[in-house]
Design a protein around this ligand. Structure first.
Ligand code: BDP
Length: 712
């Protein structure tokens, strides 16, 4: 009895789940029948390649197949029996003999094929691609099929990414703090690099490769020139070496004033010859250490960052100077369009467009302009950025934020795929109907081949990588959508749940329900009906619609909601800031008319009276209250839904999410109460009957202070 108890304790400990394995768990396939058919079809594995990437592939297959099939896996280099999983590039002898030219002509360099076939008259499964990285992606896809228990007896998969550069942006500082990071410290241990190689670097690379991410910007957009000094470049080179076999390139942020700060020049003027020379030499130095260095991401003349405008030059002049420095080495420049200036007397919404639209066609061909999904700043809901579709001659990189700066940080469960999709699926009408944002980004609309998408990463040193376990789903979803933006949010959630928890259908259903409604709920209790920028000062934690009288008006809340005794909302029609004029006429028309403007964007574009009649028949005031209360109610249901799966997953992850959902509910109530009470001071109307009364006063909420909120 004692012995049994002891064994039991050990087993439980071994099964302890801290989330660190992400979606690459490879536990034994639970469905016996499926396991049996997989064991028949995959008896042995032929990994036909010798590169570093192939050694990663072999490790992954060994690890994955031994776990999933629950046996010591054997490798071969022959086709003697049925049941060989053959993995090799399309130029290998085996693939050449298979006459796959036509199928191969449909995939891109990163794409792959997975086929059930016969080789030397023996049943086999083939994973092939034009490049080593393509094969790696195919292998991860194949393992995913097993993990999610999909039929593998008759495979005919052909897959290619729609976007070429699929990047994470780390807003990580050299002291290991992470701007807007809520999962501990930065993964990059700069101090101990380059000699100390943390296992996490490899795990990070594996995780990214498994979802097709092929680049990582290591440093914060609020850049530190120090990263460009020789000693730090050696550290960067060490990371690049780890990531290379996984098909991941490294990129850095370039501080525009680096020539002054670390180069001892008097100026960083992009037209100055010494400055040009400095960057050229810096590029040479970098490429000597990192021959496949990706390039630079630059935040210039925004929020206090230096840039070409400090010298009377425009963004194109700045970007082109850097582009010329790294062009000989094949590098690119990602120049951010997130620019706005408190001293420009114009709606912040309009500023990026005003600065960048006239520069269309003026950038070097290795420059991409990186545009946030919306014109303000990663708010819980924003209409798409008017620059999409407006710069047909310039490749635009989509910038999403995976880290949930404005969506509950790491305490709220918010599945972001529906938000990413909402933007990608928006119609810019730039070339008539169906000129979707996704087609601008993937290059289809304007025939572009240099295409990119970036996600501001949510990873950190927390054991589970992302702080909130469900933050992993956002990292995962970003990668999957970067590969193919046509995947649906449901499909990606379904996959992630099966990989992360299990294939239990009831569990998948419950968790999927929770995920699919989470973002809409969050919008309801934070910023319903197009409201935006209502969050706490500086740390952006919690509600603070009362923020005003700060040195920068465009960082206050009152600038955006404009609540007064008459009503609420930002008038961006022709009677207001006329930001709408920046959209193509069909979009303009739709958003400017109260009849056709989707209510989810209403107060983004219109200032309306508290008594304005909504489609539901309620007044605007009532509708605002309804959303805030409904968001909280739905969250309460989410908590009950989560409880349903208690016995279906391990205790550790169950409790982790359960505790966070409680915090989320408390914080949703806080958002609701603070916002409703604050707006009530203007509307002077009662909270509709039947709604619970806030248990604290507005004054109480206004006095809450969080000097140590994370992520600053
Ligand atoms: C804002 C963040 C700030 C970033 C900025 C940016 O609050 O920390 O530096 O975006 O994207 O949302 O540059």
């Amino acid at each position: 009895m004692k012995k049994f108890f002891f064994l039991f304790v050990i087993t439980v400990n071994l099964l302890a789940e801290d989330g660190s394995r992400l979606w690459l768990r490879y536990d034994k396939i639970s469905n016996e029948q499926f396991l049996k058919s997989c064991t028949e079809l995959i008896k042995t594995c032929f990994v036909d390649g010798k590169s570093e990437t192939f050694s990663v592939i072999k490790d992954e297959l060994n690890n994955g197949l031994s776990g999933l099939l629950n046996k010591n896996f054997e490798f071969t280099n022959r086709f003697e029996k049925n049941g060989v999983l053959y993995v090799g590039v399309s130029s290998s002898e085996t693939i050449k003999e298979m006459n796959l030219e036509s199928k191969l002509s449909h995939i891109s360099d990163d794409g792959f094929l997975i086929l059930s076939t016969k080789i030397k008259n023996k049943k086999a499964i083939v994973v092939t691609a034009k490049t080593d990285a393509g094969v790696l992606y195919g292998v991860f896809h194949f393992l995913r099929l097993l993990q999610t228990q999909q039929e593998i007896s008759n495979l005919n998969v052909s897959s290619s990414p729609k976007i070429n550069l699929r990047l994470l942006n780390h807003w990580d500082n050299l002291d290991r703090t992470s701007e807007r990071g809520y999962a501990g410290f930065s993964i990059w241990d700069w101090h101990r690099l380059p000699d100390y190689i943390d296992q996490r670097y490899k795990d990070y690379a594996r995780a990214n490769a498994s979802i097709g991410i092929n680049g990582t910007v290591l440093t914060n957009v609020n850049a530190n020139a120090f990263i460009l000094t020789h000693d730090y470049l050696l550290k960067v080179a060490a990371l690049a070496k780890i990531f290379r076999p996984y098909g991941i390139k490294v990129y850095l942020t370039a501080r525009f004033s680096a020539p002054v700060e670390i180069g001892k020049l008097q100026t960083a003027d992009p037209l100055n010859d010494d400055v040009k020379k400095w960057w050229k030499e810096k590029a040479e130095e970098i490429y000597k250490l990192v021959p496949d260095f990706g390039g630079f991401l630059v935040k210039a003349n925004s929020e206090g960052q230096p840039g070409p405008q400090n010298y009377g030059r425009n963004h194109a002049e700045g970007a082109n100077m850097l582009a010329n420095a790294i062009k000989p080495f094949g590098g690119i420049i990602m120049w951010r369009a997130f620019v706005y200036d408190n001293n420009v007397p114009q709606d912040r919404h309009k500023q990026a467009y005003n600065e960048f639209k006239p520069l269309d066609g003026k950038f070097e061909d290795n420059v991409l302009v990186q545009v946030k999904n919306g014109a303000i700043d990663f708010q819980p809901r924003e209409p798409f950025h008017p620059l999409f579709g407006a710069m047909p001659k310039t490749p635009l990189i989509m910038e999403f934020q995976i880290t949930q700066e404005y969506l509950g940080q790491a305490t709220h469960l918010v599945y972001l795929a529906p938000m990413f999709k909402e933007c990608l699926d928006s119609d810019t009408y730039s070339k008539g109907k169906s000129s979707l944002v996704s087609k601008v980004v993937d290059g289809a609309l304007d025939g572009k081949t240099l295409t990119g998408i970036a996600g501001v990463a949510n990873t950190g040193t927390d054991k589970n990588w992302t702080g909130h376990l469900f933050g992993q789903s956002n990292w995962y979803a970003f990668g999957r959508l970067a590969w193919n933006h046509e995947f649906s949010s449901e499909q990606i959630a379904d996959e992630w749940i099966r990989l992360t928890f299990s294939n239990d259908e009831a569990l998948v259903k419950s968790v999927s329900k929770i995920m699919m409604q989470s973002r809409e709920n969050t919008v309801s209790y934070m910023t319903p009906l197009g409201l935006h920028h209502l969050m706490g000062w500086d740390h952006h934690y919690g509600p603070a619609p009362w923020i005003k009288d700060k040195p920068r008006a465009d960082w206050t809340s009152v600038y955006y909601h404009k609540a007064d005794s008459n009503g609420i909302g930002f008038d961006r029609t022709s009677s207001g800031s006329n930001a709408l004029v920046q959209y193509f006429p069909d979009v303009q028309k739709k958003f400017s008319s109260l009849q056709t403007c989707p209510e989810k964007y209403l107060l983004w574009f219109h200032h309306l009276s508290w008594n304005y009649k909504m489609k539901s028949g309620k007044t605007l005031w009532e509708e605002i209250c309804y959303h805030y209360y409904n968001g909280v109610d739905e969250l309460r249901k989410t908590r009950s839904e989560w409880n349903l799966i208690e016995n279906k997953i391990d205790k550790e992850r169950f409790e982790h999410v359960k505790m966070l959902l409680k915090i989320q509910e408390d914080e949703a109530v806080w958002w609701r109460n603070a916002c409703v009470l604050y707006f009530q001071a203007f509307s002077k109307k009662e909270i509709p009957a039947g709604f619970e009364k806030p248990d604290n006063t507005l004054d109480y909420y206004m006095k809450l202070d969080f000097p140590y909120a994370p992520g600053i």
